[in-house]
Design a protein around this ligand. Structure first.
Ligand SMILES: NC(=O)c1ccc[n+]([C@@H]2O[C@H](COP(=O)([O-])OP(=O)(O)OC[C@H]3O[C@@H](n4cnc5c(N)ncnc54)[C@H](O)[C@@H]3O)[C@@H](O)[C@H]2O)c1
Ligand SMILES: O=C(O)C1=N[C@H](C(=O)O)CCC1
Length: 252
């Protein structure tokens, strides 16, 4: 990779993509060489000599973009959501054919959001009950948020490893959705409200005690230090990395 990575942004006219274009342009240690949105051809990436592509598009678009990048040896920093185990396996398959290429999939670029997940992992085994509430702007396509899904999986994994029983819940009748979506056994509730950007609460409860982790992204600029960190690190990190925490030296 060049000493100043040559960066392309996909989804450049979107809420996140337009912020990323500004952030990359303002960063002195990288160069913006392409800014593409829907209906612009992916070949622009290779023509512009892009070394890192930042994908901030849509769950329906991200796989095609990523396949093109990996097949052309372009590293990718992905904020787009909609990830499943099957999709991750497909990306690993592409990367097997391009072993020097790196892909970072970051469910959330917010430093505080990554720390919320890190602390949730630590807290998970100490409380009988846990539920997640995520709150986002009404323009969001997916529910629950990628961050909430990842947080639930991290908590569930930590609770399984510690041998925790399922959280108590005496509900026998409920309207559809009243108890949220169950992600790996953790109830996740999604709110969509004009005025919100991206917010999450992780609620832990035990006898006489509630412990709450809350993170608020008040604007999309809050995600940009994480996007830039991903761009700076992905060239030295071949293969698939899921979660920005792997670039944050958080320890265990
Ligand atoms: N990881 C994070 O920290 C983080 C933060 C915010 C949003 N997101 C995710 O990023 C994605 C984008 O969010 P947003 O709020 O900016 O959405 P948005 O709808 O404002 O922007 C998406 C942009 O992508 C464009 N697009 C669609 N298909 C495309 C394609 N094939 N090639 C190029 N561009 C294409 C659209 O025209 C649009 O301009 C969503 O999946 C969202 O959940 C992630
Ligand atoms: O605005 C969005 O859309 C966001 N998507 C990510 C998610 O689904 O977790 C990150 C937060 C903002």
């Amino acid at each position: 990779m060049s000493s100043k990575p040559r960066v392309a942004v996909l989804g450049a006219r979107g809420r996140m993509g337009s912020e990323a274009v500004k952030a990359v342009t303002a960063a002195e240690d990288m160069e913006l060489v392409a800014a593409l949105d829907r209906d612009e051809k992916r070949e622009t990436l290779t023509e512009a000599g892009a070394e890192v592509a930042v994908d901030l598009t849509h769950p329906d678009a991200v796989m095609g973009n990523l396949e093109f990048c990996v097949r052309n040896g372009i590293h990718a920093v992905v904020g787009t959501t909609g990830w499943t185990d099957e999709r991750l396996a497909t990306v690993r398959g592409w990367l097997a054919g391009s072993p020097a290429t790196g892909v970072l999939i970051a469910p959330n670029f917010g430093i505080g959001a990554v720390l919320t997940m890190h602390f949730a992992r630590q807290a998970a085994r100490f409380f009988e009950s846990v539920e997640i509430v995520e709150l986002h702007h009404p323009g969001k396509a997916d529910a629950p948020s990628g961050t909430a899904v990842r947080t639930a999986r991290i908590i569930a994994e930590a609770r399984r490893a510690a041998g925790c029983p399922p959280a108590p819940d005496a509900t026998t009748t409920a309207l559809d959705g009243a108890r949220g979506a169950e992600v790996d056994g953790v109830p996740v509730h999604a709110v969509r409200l004009r005025g919100l950007v991206a917010h999450q609460e992780v609620l832990f409860g035990d006898e006489g005690e509630i412990f709450t982790l809350r993170h608020d992204s008040m604007n999309r600029g809050s995600f940009m230090p994480g996007v830039l960190l991903g761009i700076r690190r992905i060239g030295q990190t071949p293969g698939l990395t899921v979660g920005l925490e792997h670039f944050m030296d958080l320890g265990s």
